[in-house]
Design a protein around this ligand. Structure first.
Ligand code: PHE
Ligand code: ZN
Length: 873
């Protein structure tokens, strides 16, 4: 165990920056093997006393420091350690500091600061990568004007990009050339970006609402251009949407997107120079699935939307991360809903929240949407900050209504443009525009944990009144006890026996621990529809009967609650079956359940069927979701019961399923409409179901589908079904896939992923082959995720195998990656964090793995924080 405790940072310690920056000029001289950075910065004293100027800097070789032209001497004029350069408070109120550093991007496997990806130099500065480029007050509330000069070899780096506008280009000695960039808008250093390499681009233009033309470019490696057109369309759609929905116009003449293969996250919103993981830009039907297309569209929008929510208005400090991320996720979710389907979007967003964020919120790393302490900020780019953060914005939208919410965001943009602000500042705009008091609501930002909400209903036929009593409670989380009741908006309707809404949909404002709401003049016993659209991120339990749920599945006017009722019903049945199996008792699948599944299947034959919604309705809760409703979780046992139930459903409804599969088989040219994607989703869902049930046709149909596929969605679904088996068709298809796609990195990630997430008994042998394969590498995060995250997160039954072999496999990788890329290593710990939720034998093995990681020499702060907090809980 590490004995030197890393520093914890606290929100309560926030202080204004002691020095502000008027402007900075960065000069990059890029050579093979070393890059020289000269930073010339105009500082201004921002306090009365004589505080030192403290500059962050890591992984840097300091060459020289000059103040107003005078060379400074180490130890005499300034102090230096491996993280901080300290300069005693200069006598003058304004001064110019010139700092020269040398860095080695070619050797940087951490992928922050300046690094190389496939020969292209690129930067990643959020959250704290800028300090790996030069010494600076690396904090988001220091906003300034950047000019940048880049010089590099013209042959290897014909393209030299940075933020803002290109102002000069020219030749330098020895076959080198340079560009100069000026960003007219003040920004924090985490939004700085540089790209230098041999790239090609596709170009387009967008005419903004005030008639300005913006040049749009997407830059990629030679050969990838054809895969960029979908991203370009998504960019233009996003620009238009932000004008229409939020009145936000783009503010520069140029917008660049660069795609790189080695990237820790999805993408980055650097001012006018977004840098993307190739996985979120490149998309064409032969190599990208329908899901990939949707993600490209969503992430292009997300990064573009950051231009206003994040860049023009940024965060005062990193505790406020959700100020930009929660709001921007909310915006991209609404955009995707507008582009595709609102009901499906909501279901998928809630599904993600439940599978990923709810466990985080009840586990050892639970933290509020606005955390109040951290060791390593990179560990706080979490589903809580992003997805729950978006729910918290969505609730404010619900409370204010669409029109007033728009007034409030207008006020926010006007009041705080070019500022670094807090979550309080945002909520104040909501209050000022609406006149609402949101002080209790603000607890959503500061209290961790998912509230439990219980509903008890009562209908009195004599007085014709219906009442609903809502109770809320919030469990303790690390560092937080005795929490206060929250303001929970509960969207609510009452449905009569004929399926008609009996009241206008309303919002119940639950503000106390317990409240009863009563409705008069209700002539017949209604069925309540509670928490429509999932109007608050809570765990709802109700006294609804299975009959009520089946009624809502068919009759609720809210699409989300129709789906939700089916899921709750299925969960009840699954849990009963698992209980029975744990007690070695027999369990008969209820006929009502079988019939209700049959009615759902019958909808597939209606001409106006929404196949995307139907696919979601037919999907049984997965192992992860079921596990959350149980203690001492045994994922293998859950998997077995779930498979048995699916097998029985397939036996009972074999004819319908066969027909649905055949009716929806892709035929003819590929179409990328929402309808066509929905049809493929239904087809491939049924194929997966038949595979899970080991249906007699499953392998031959999958192989036929694989051989005939003209798009990656159908191909991968077929390959995935084959990968669950030990058939010769499996090896044939895998070999064919490899031969066909071996030069396409993203397609090859899928080849690794589909094997690592397969529920085969030989999985540990498969994994051993995958990580010794020539195409495997620990230095490309996408490839690492395609094996280890796929196995740890998408393959719970095998990852949690009682032997513990899965845990050891992941642990070895984490230890190895700790020395290569600590951010990626730390994220891989996720499936081990919740060790206490599993059966005692599994707990023991998982804890031993966490301890083995904790004992690793040179453990990074990133991994240390997650592992030590997991063990402590
Ligand atoms: N800010 C990026 C986003 O949400 C995510 C990111 C964080 C990327 C840190 C890189 C590093 O779009
Ligand atoms: Zn973001």
């Amino acid at each position: 165990m590490r004995t030197d405790m890393p520093q914890t940072f606290y929100l309560k310690d926030y202080q204004n920056p002691p020095f502000t920056v008027d402007q900075i000029h960065l000069d990059f001289d890029i050579f093979d093997g070393k890059t020289i950075v000269t930073a010339t910065t105009a500082y201004k004293k921002n306090h009365d006393g004589d505080l030192p100027l403290i500059l962050n800097g890591e992984h840097l070789d300091l060459i020289s420091v000059k103040i107003d032209g005078a060379l400074l001497t180490k130890d005499q004029d300034y102090q230096l350690d491996d993280k901080i350069l300290t300069l005693p408070c200069p006598a003058q109120d304004s001064f110019r500091l010139e700092i020269v550093t040398e860095i080695n991007p070619e050797k940087n496997t951490r992928l922050d600061g300046l690094y190389q990806s496939g020969g292209t130099y690129c930067t990643q500065c959020e959250a704290q990568g800028f300090r790996c480029i030069t010494y600076f007050q690396d904090r988001p509330d220091v906003m300034t004007y950047f000019t940048v000069r880049i010089t590099a070899d013209e042959k290897t780096c014909p393209v030299l990009l940075s933020n803002g506008n290109l102002t000069h280009t020219g030749k330098a000695a020895d076959g080198r050339h340079y560009t100069v960039w000026e960003d007219p808008i003040a920004k924090p250093c985490y939004l700085f970006a540089l790209v230098a390499g041999d790239l090609v681009h596709i170009a387009d233009t967008f005419k903004t609402m005030s008639g300005k033309n913006v040049d749009l470019r997407i830059c990629v490696r030679e050969g990838d251009q054809d895969q960029c057109h979908f991203a370009m369309k998504a960019l233009k759609d996003s620009m238009k949407w932000d004008e229409e929905k939020y009145g936000r116009e783009y503010d520069l003449d140029l917008f660049n997107i660069v795609a790189v293969s080695d990237f820790n996250m999805g993408a980055m919103e650097n001012k006018s120079l977004n840098i993307f993981n190739t996985a979120l830009v490149l998309a064409q039907p032969e190599t990208a699935t329908d899901r990939d297309f949707e993600r490209v569209e969503a992430v292009i929008a997300h990064e573009y939307f950051h231009n206003w929510t994040g860049n023009r208005i940024t965060c005062r400090d990193w505790f406020q991360l959700s100020l930009k991320e929660g709001l921007t996720v909310f915006r991209d979710q609404c955009f995707s809903g507008d582009m595709n389907s609102h009901a499906v979007q909501r279901i998928d967003d809630v599904d993600l929240l439940r599978r990923m964020q709810f466990p985080e919120d009840s586990g050892p790393l639970a933290h509020p949407v606005r955390p109040d302490n951290y060791i390593e900020i990179n560990n706080f780019y979490t589903v809580t900050v992003y997805e729950k953060g978006s729910e918290v914005i969505r609730m404010q939208h619900t409370l204010l209504g669409d029109e007033t919410f728009r007034k409030a965001t207008d006020l926010y943009f006007e009041r705080h443009d070019e500022q670094a602000v807090t979550c309080e500042d945002f909520v104040k705009c909501m209050e000022d525009a609406s006149g609402e008091d949101l002080s209790q609501f603000f607890l959503w930002y500061t209290q961790a944990g998912t509230p439990a909400l219980n509903a008890v209903t009562n209908y009195d036929a004599g007085t014709k009144t219906f009442s609903i009593t809502l109770r809320q409670s919030l469990a303790d989380t690390p560092g937080q006890t005795n929490k206060k009741p929250m303001h929970i908006p509960v969207r609510f309707g009452l449905i009569g026996p004929d399926g008609q809404d009996l009241i206008d949909e309303t919002i119940l404002h639950l503000k106390q621990a317990e409240q009863t709401f009563t409705f008069d003049n209700i002539d017949e016993k209604p069925v309540p529809s509670i928490l429509r659209g999932f109007s608050a991120p809570v765990k709802l339990s109700t006294d609804l009967s299975n009959d009520d749920l089946r009624f809502l599945m068919v009759n609720d006017t809210d699409g989300f609650n129709r789906w939700e009722s089916g899921q709750i019903y299925a969960l009840r049945v699954l849990n009963e079956a698992i209980d029975a199996s744990e007690k070695d008792q027999d369990f008969d699948l209820p006929q009502d359940f079988i019939d209700s599944y049959g009615s759902l299947l019958a909808q597939a034959f209606d001409t106006d069927c929404d196949k995307a919604l139907l696919t979601r309705a037919l999907s049984l809760p997965d192992i992860t979701v079921i596990g959350q409703h149980r203690s001492n979780v045994n994922p293998q046992a859950i998997d077995n019961v779930r498979r048995e139930i699916i097998t029985e459903l397939v036996e009972k409804h074999g004819d319908a399923l066969r027909k649905i599969y055949q009716d929806n088989r892709s035929a003819g040219a590929f179409i990328n409409s929402f309808e066509a994607r929905s049809k493929r989703a239904l087809q491939n869902f049924v194929l997966g179901l038949l595979g899970t049930a080991k249906h007699e046709n499953a392998v031959s149909w999958a192989k036929t589908q694989y051989d005939a596929a003209n798009n990656m969605t159908d191909r991968l679904a077929a390959l995935s079904a084959l990968c669950q088996t030990d058939s010769s068709e499996r090896s044939e298809a895998l070999a064919h896939y490899y031969d066909t796609f071996k030069t396409h990195q993203l397609a090859m990630d899928k080849w690794f992923n589909v094997q690592a997430s397969a529920g085969r008994d030989q999985i540990m042998d498969d994994l051993a082959l995958l990580i010794t394969h020539d195409d495997f590498t620990y230095t490309t995060p996408n490839r690492v995720r395609s094996v280890f995250s796929a196995f740890g997160m998408l393959n719970p039954a095998k990852f949690h195998d009682e032997s513990g072999a899965g845990y050891d496999f992941l642990t070895d990788a984490i230890i190895k990656l700790n020395g290569i890329n600590p951010q990626i290593a730390s994220r891989l710990v996720t499936p081990l964090r919740d060790w206490k939720r599993y059966s005692p034998d599994r707990q023991e093995k998982m804890r031993a793995c966490l301890e083995r990681i904790a004992e690793t020499p040179n453990l990074s702060d990133n991994v240390f924080e997650i592992v030590s907090k997991s063990l402590k809980a």
